[in-house]
Design a protein around this ligand. Structure first.
Ligand code: ZN
Length: 48
């Protein structure tokens, strides 16, 4: 299951909101978390 990088919640992919950043797709529990991510994607994106 995808994990929301902002709040750390695991959720069903069908219920999640997605956002693509730097060629990688991220999933969020709600639009609020996605908005936070979009503000500072470097802070929240996982380092690979
Ligand atoms: Zn969240």
């Amino acid at each position: 299951m995808p994990v929301d990088p902002v709040c750390g919640i695991e959720m069903d992919e069908s219920l999640a909101v997605s956002y693509e950043y730097d060629g990688k797709k991220y999933f969020f529990c709600c639009n609020g978390c996605r908005r936070i991510f979009k503000k500072k994607p470097k802070k929240w994106a996982k380092k690979n």
